[in-house]
Design a protein around this ligand. Structure first.
Ligand code: NI
Length: 276
């Protein structure tokens, strides 16, 4: 069976407390062969690492999410650094800027936390998972300060122009449930111009369940709905023509299809050579 890769799912979330073990154990038999669980603060990062250590098909990222970064201190970078040396930790994330919620920490503080974590990723040679909500220009400006650091802009919601700039700089763009929503015209326009080998599919579970299961608790099995949508008639002709190649790049049993992904995110290499 071809197995698919959910590049972003929060199994450390309490929404999974009742059935986490049964759900995660069943993922390979349900077609999901790899999952990355990004932390959002110290507590969830620690839990993400614990979960990753427990399941061969789950990997973790560690970091301070902009919404959760109020308790951040420079000293906490030492904790992240220590966890990041665990072989099951493959990225720093999720990190970034979120200007949507008024109660979030001040913008200047978010920017400082973001810069510190980009510097940590550069030091460790790890890719990053970026959260950018209503902060596109500042996110782009700050990642430009760290040209050695690359990774994914997860749940990408920026413009075509920003997408093109990020692609030029070697970044990946993550697409998830919103790509399947009726009001997602801008995201669909962006998805059309992103080269197929720069797209990462993700669920952001337990949030943002895609159509046709929108409104339910999301889990990694639903990544197939995003993959199907992306390669269906709703996408443009170029993508229809390349649908097979596109699908193969998300099926981890196809190493050729995954080659472009591996070239940019070398830390993901060991995930693809695991016996599954
Ligand atoms: Ni997330």
């Amino acid at each position: 069976m071809n197995l698919i890769f959910d590049t972003h799912a929060h199994y450390d979330d309490e929404a999974f407390d009742a059935d986490r073990e049964a759900l995660l154990s069943s993922m390979p038999e349900n077609g999901v062969g790899l999952i990355v669980d990004p932390g959002c603060d110290l507590d969830t990062s620690r839990r993400a690492v614990e979960i990753a250590e427990q399941y061969p098909h789950v990997y973790a990222a560690v970091g301070w999410h902009p919404e959760n970064c109020a308790p951040y201190t420079r000293e906490s970078l030492d904790t992240l650094r220590a966890w990041a040396k665990n072989p099951k930790v493959v990225a720093i994330g999720e990190i970034g800027l979120d200007y949507y919620w008024e109660q979030n920490p001040p913008r200047e503080f978010q920017q400082e936390v973001f810069r510190d974590q980009l510097a940590l990723a550069r030091e460790l040679g790890l890719p990053v998972i970026v959260h950018d909500r209503d902060a596109h220009a500042d996110c782009l400006a700050i990642v430009k300060e760290f040209p050695q650091v690359r990774g994914v802009f997860h749940c990408f919601s920026g413009s075509v122009e920003i997408a093109q700039e990020l692609i030029k700089r070697g970044w990946y763009l993550g697409f998830d449930g919103p790509l399947t929503y009726k009001n997602a015209k801008k995201t669909v326009e962006v998805a059309k111009i992103v080269p197929l080998d720069r797209v990462l599919l993700e669920t952001d579970s337990p949030y943002m369940a895609p159509v046709p299961v929108r409104g339910t608790r999301n889990d990694s099995r639903n990544v197939s709905h995003i993959c199907l949508l992306y390669t269906s008639d709703a996408a443009d002709e170029r993508k229809r023509n390349e649908a097979d190649r596109f699908r193969s790049s998300f099926f981890i049993s196809n190493l050729n299809g995954a080659a472009n992904l591996l070239a940019i995110l070398p830390d993901f290499v060991r995930m693809f050579i695991l016996p599954l």
